[in-house]
Design a binder for this molecule. Structure first.
Ligand code: GLU
Length: 467
């Protein structure tokens, strides 16, 4: 089999959104699975709506997701000569022609066709005039008047379109810019693309593109059109549904592999497996397992998938990520080894990295930054409790080992000696060392905080209680 070459060609008219990321992922996975090549191309010929800022944002999102490309990014705006060369060739060969009709005239033709109950089309009146270039003129493709254009969609099966249904579509606009259909064919052909997986909103373009491949005598790639992602109301997913861009999910604390895992399952399945590592996705991906029915975006499931990936990841890797999320909240942590010890306590309790960073705050705050709200002190640090905690602090201070087991024994024998219940002192200790009423298990938290922090915080809190 020839080497597989796929591509992702976003238009930089907005941020990379969920649907685009899924299309990129499918093409990337297919290329990786077949040990082929994945090309990134920025389709920026719509100068009005494209921006460098969006290009940057898309590249950043692709990099964050880890959908790295083997070639590119190519920019269509830098390839105008190549498109013009192809358009001129088609004109020379009599396969395309200049048209002088104004926008208003074309609109009028469409209107009349609609009134007659026909498909609104350009009527081909300049087709045989043999016009040359001139101001305001576009170049149109001479769509065959007879016959059918047929292709075998990788997902939808055979599709045939009567050429009469298509009109002489524009290849070069009056401003000299190529149209999407022309540029995409020239690019895909000259870049050697073998497989095109894209949203089925493009399915009407495919017959036109095939006609162009034929006219230009280029081999035709295989096309697979994937159903759109839908919102809960079964309409195409959009901002209206609260859909976010890929980078917004990063802000919200999603892991890239979790987002990819969620997206791959929106339209692809492997037995009843839900959680995939990236390597598993690459190994198991196949076009045959892409589904032909539309999927509904489910933010709750995405959250669940994220929590699963948080649990799966090594504390070493998560520590680095956590460090960045803490930094965003203004907490600079230099000691990655410390974060690495914190992470396992928070992994089972965090659905996002933002949540993990929130829960990690009391660990990384300086002792003197821990705040003790008055209500908590009044409620939990009553004089008898303070006496017990002072004695316990003394005992903690004398320990050489500060691991969970030792702490449990020390506290256990203290309780026995004084004949009191754990309940009496557990929450008070938690409040002293964290400044809050919730945290991971008390002894594991103390072990991770270490002796100095634990003792300092207890002493500081108790001094407030005594005031
Ligand atoms: N630039 C087009 C888009 O973003 C690419 C479509 C295609 O894959 O051919 O929709």
């Amino acid at each position: 089999m020839e080497k597989v070459v796929t591509r992702f060609p976003p238009s930089p008219t907005g941020h990379l959104h969920i649907g685009g990321a899924r299309t990129a992922l499918f093409n990337w996975l297919f290329a990786r699975n077949k040990k082929g090549k994945f090309i990134l191309r920025i389709e920026d010929t719509d100068i009005q709506r494209s921006s460098e800022e969006m290009t940057k944002s898309i590249l950043e999102a692709m990099e964050w997701l880890g959908l790295l490309w083997d070639e590119g990014p190519y920019f269509q705006s830098k390839r105008l000569d190549i498109y013009n060369h192809h358009i001129d060739l088609l004109v020379e060969q009599g396969k395309a022609y200049y048209c002088k009709c104004t926008k208003e005239e074309v609109e009028e033709m469409r209107k009349r066709a609609r009134e007659k109950g026909e498909k609104p089309k350009y009527d081909g009146r300049c087709r045989e005039l043999g016009l040359g270039p001139g101001p305001g003129r576009v170049v149109r493709f001479k769509t065959p008047l007879e016959g059918e254009t047929v292709f075998n969609d990788l997902l939808k099966g055979p599709i045939a379109v009567n050429n009469k249904e298509l009109d002489d579509f524009v290849l070069r606009r009056e401003d000299g810019m190529p149209t999407y259909n022309l540029a995409v064919v020239v690019d895909d052909a000259t870049m050697g693309i073998t497989h095109i997986l894209r949203g089925d909103d493009h399915i009407n373009n495919t017959p036109k593109q095939i006609l162009l491949y034929e006219a230009l005598e280029y081999p035709i790639p295989q096309f697979g059109h994937v159903p759109m992602i839908l919102g809960p109301d079964k309409k195409k997913l959009s901002k209206r549904h609260g859909a976010k861009s890929v980078l917004e999910y990063r802000e919200l604390g999603y892991l890239p592999e979790a987002l990819l895992n969620y997206l791959v399952r929106l339209g692809w399945s492997y037995k009843d497996q839900e959680i995939f590592t990236l390597d598993e996705m690459i190994e198991k991906f196949s076009i045959e397992r892409l589904s032909n029915s539309a999927c509904v975006f489910d933010p709750e499931k995405l959250k669940w998938v994220n929590s699963q990936h948080i649990k799966k990841k090594s504390p070493k890797e998560l520590a680095i990520i956590l460090k960045n999320y803490l930094a965003k909240d203004g907490f600079t942590v230099k000691d990655l080894g410390y974060l690495e010890k914190i992470v396992p306590l928070l992994q089972p309790r965090s659905t996002t990295m933002v949540e993990m960073a929130e829960k990690a705050r009391f660990f990384v705050k300086k002792d003197q930054e821990i705040e003790y709200p008055k209500e908590l002190i009044d409620k939990f640090l009553k004089p008898d409790v303070v006496t017990h905690l002072k004695e316990l602090t003394n005992r903690f201070e004398r320990l050489n080992n500060f691991d969970q087991k030792t702490l449990e024994n020390v506290v256990g024998s203290y309780l026995e000696q004084k004949n009191i219940k754990f309940k009496l002192i557990a929450q008070p200790i938690r409040i002293c060392i964290t400044g809050q009423t919730t945290s991971p298990g008390l002894f594991e938290t103390m072990e991770v905080l270490g002796k100095d922090r634990t003792v300092n915080r207890l002493k500081r809190a108790l001094s407030f209680a005594e005031k």
